[in-house]
Design a protein around this ligand. Structure first.
Ligand SMILES: [Zn+2]
Length: 412
């Protein structure tokens, strides 16, 4: 994601993508065309014809395909058998590469609750990868979470909100910490939310048993995002709407949903999309290492996860030799095995308009991350990040910053 200095740029290379159904913020161009200049989108237009073309301009015929903006996954723990939460930097590279191949041209690596020193070390390692453009930043999903709503996370390492601890993590992340999930009912949460907001880090509400009033107070303090709405939080009740009510109700809050067909009923996906309205819904994978892998036994942080039929459930217990009995919620859904292409396909099948889906998969998360002037839409001036899908929304080609990834149209 590092900009290339002008002095090292090669002469601008143009290419034209034509004939596909192009999903823009203003609507679907059916067909439409996209002209790419170097690593940027140079122009986008409707119809089959385009302005006079330079001779020798490479043209890619995308008839019968959808063209979507590259997906922005702001909540993902791993994929392709590799993880951001454990293992060497090469594993994290492999996880990012796996998700890029499925359309996620922008990835924020999510860490789960772990001992503070361990989290600092992971944040420092991931910051190095962010500096190299492998990932676009870091999301801390812990350790300031509620043990009552720990889901697949290890409650033994959860801490009360602590601004000094946050500063250590923020320093370790070297400017690449983008999001931190906080349970607002914990003592000191408001101060932590304010500290995060002051530092330019998005404060998200999640893994929480808070009431509606406590959640509203967190939003007043500066929380602007919901970590996987509905999952890992007290359910919505009509007299005590819990975190879900205010998070959906308040215009300044963007709401993540895991639209994988496992975490939420399709009715709830549609309700959330309607309630959030344009610009507030964010599709995420929350994927763990098992995404793209066969059923079996995997890890999420310190926790063991069994995957059967593509559904990841916490096996219970922690590291061998520790007081693991009773840690976590055995049987809890433990992240997903989905890719962004999977959740996009599922959201469309659930009945969301394709423009809503593209906004939720790309435009809105890019804006939340402060990257809206770089990526997240098929619009002139932005990075040429796009996903070519077939009629059933299966990804067929991925372009990142003007380059087709391996195995796609110009690199068969
Ligand atoms: Zn997560």
């Amino acid at each position: 994601m590092q900009p290339v200095p002008a002095s090292t740029r090669t002469p601008t290379r143009f290419r034209l993508l034509t004939g596909g159904r192009v999903v823009t913020p203003e609507g679907v161009l059916s067909p439409g065309w996209i002209r790419v200049a170097g690593n940027l989108i140079d122009a986008v237009g409707p119809g089959a014809a385009t302005p006079p073309l330079p001779p020798g301009l490479p043209v890619t015929d995308l008839r019968g395909h959808w063209v979507l903006p590259g997906f922005v996954d702001m909540h993902v723990h791993g994929g392709g058998g590799a993880s951001f939460t454990a293992g060497p930097a090469d594993d994290a590279r492999r996880a990012a590469e796996f998700h890029r191949g499925h359309g996620s041209t922008t990835i924020v690596a999510s860490l789960v609750t772990a001992p503070l020193a361990g989290l600092e070390a992971r944040a420092a390692m991931l910051a190095g990868l962010a500096g190299q453009g492998v990932i676009a930043g870091i999301h801390l999903e812990g350790p300031f979470l509620s043990a009552a709503r720990c889901g697949a996370q290890d409650p033994r390492h959860m801490l009360a909100p602590d601004v000094a601890a946050f500063e250590r993590l923020h320093t370790a992340a070297a400017g690449h910490l983008r999001v931190i999930t906080i349970a607002p009912e914990l003592p000191g949460a408001a101060d932590l939310i304010k500290a995060a907001a002051r530092a330019g880090v998005t404060a998200a509400v999640g893994h929480t048993d808070a009431t509606a009033d406590l959640t509203s107070a967190a939003i007043d303090a500066g929380a602007t995002h919901a970590t996987h709405l509905f999952n890992g939080m007290r359910p919505l009740h009509h007299r005590e709407p819990g975190p879900v009510g205010p998070l959906l109700d308040r215009d300044e809050v963007t709401c993540e949903v895991i639209a994988d067909g496992v975490h939420l009923h399709d009715t709830v996906i549609r309700l959330a999309a309607r309630a959030a309205g344009p610009g507030r819904l964010v599709l995420i994978t929350d994927a763990m290492a098992a995404a793209g892998m066969p059923d079996g036994s995997y890890r999420l942080g310190s926790m063991r996860v069994d995957v059967a039929g593509g559904v990841a459930l916490l096996a219970g217990g922690g590291e061998p030799g520790t007081a693991g009995a009773g840690a976590g919620t055995a049987g809890a859904i433990a992240g997903s095995t989905a890719t962004m292409a999977d959740v996009v396909r599922h959201a469309v099948a659930a009945g969301l308009p394709v423009t809503t889906v593209a906004a939720a998969a790309s435009t809105t998360p890019a804006r939340v991350l402060g990257l809206g002037d770089r990526t997240g839409a098929l619009r002139a001036g932005l990075d040429a990040d796009l996903v070519v899908c077939d009629e059933e929304f299966r990804p067929r080609a991925v372009m990142r910053q003007g380059d087709w990834l391996d195995g796609t149209p110009e690199n068969p």
